[in-house]
Design a protein around this ligand. Structure first.
Ligand code: PGA
Length: 248
């Protein structure tokens, strides 16, 4: 399983030091692919601290331009240069609050891949979409827009995180059959646009209110290849327990 922690805009650099020390002291190597997606300010500190462990690091965003006049932005090249392995792209908080559109997401994915960063592409329906029975349609549009112009072999470096917007930070999670259905719908889009083989190979994670109590049940759902964890990753002791509790 792939277990990704999205720390969002939490923890100063010194708090991250403490977090990683606590996590590593309780961490079982080799059990899962564990990725910490941290604020930019603590990535270099974290890189030094995780050295020798199999924990990977990710950023939570990157610029949709390769270089140049983009005050306040961080490029794919900069992330690769400091040894970052993953980057989250298209998180719903960025799509809504920062008005990140489909074109920018597609550009970011291409830049990330060019800089040898593995992409965690977030997709998911709003509550309004769900109520209008438009979940699959939304997922299809988001995936097709994001992956436009990509070659099939590039999908090896893409992980899709299915995160219903209404489940993020709300304590609400979809029914198991809904998660399974949505992930099947995601694979169907990949099968249609690329190939059946690619659709079976691509890793699809679930995110949205994953916690210590529900993590193993969600992980066991057919089609789920991993978890994207927000709130429940913020305490290192809790998160290391969550990693242990995922038995799949
Ligand atoms: P949550 O966040 O686990 O707190 O719901 C998940 C996310 O936003 O990626």
């Amino acid at each position: 399983m792939t277990i990704i922690a999205n720390l969002k805009m939490n923890k100063t650099n010194s708090e991250i030091k403490d977090y990683i020390m606590k996590l590593l002291s309780r961490y079982e190597k080799g059990k899962h692919e564990v990725v910490l997606c941290l604020p930019f300010t603590s990535l270099t500190t974290a890189k030094f601290l995780i050295d020798g462990s199999d924990v990977k690091l990710g950023a939570q965003n990157l610029c949709d331009d390769e270089s140049g006049k983009n005050t306040g932005e961080i490029s794919g090249e900069m992330l690769h240069d400091i040894g970052i392995n993953y980057v989250i792209i298209g998180h719903s908080e960025r799509r809504t609050k920062y008005k990140e559109n489909a074109k920018a997401i597609n550009k970011k994915i291409k830049i990330a891949l060019k800089n040898r960063l593995k992409v965690v592409l977030c997709v998911g329906e709003s509550l309004a979409d769900k109520n209008l029975l438009k979940t699959f349609e939304t997922l299809k549009t988001q995936i097709e827009d994001a992956l436009k112009g990509l070659y099939e072999n590039e999908l090896e470096n893409i992980v899709i995180a299915y995160e219903p917007i209404w489940a993020i930070g709300s304590g609400k999670i979809p029914l198991a059959k809904e998660i399974e259905g949505s992930i099947k719908a995601i694979r169907k889009v990949i099968a249609n646009d690329f190939s059946e083989k690619a659709s079976q190979k691509i890793e699809v994670l679930y995110g949205g209110s994953v916690d210590n109590k529900n993590c193993n049940t969600i992980a066991k759902i057919k089609e789920v290849d991993g978890l994207l964890v927000g709130g429940a990753c913020l305490d290192a002791v809790n998160f290391s327990q969550l990693i242990k509790d995922v038995k799949v």
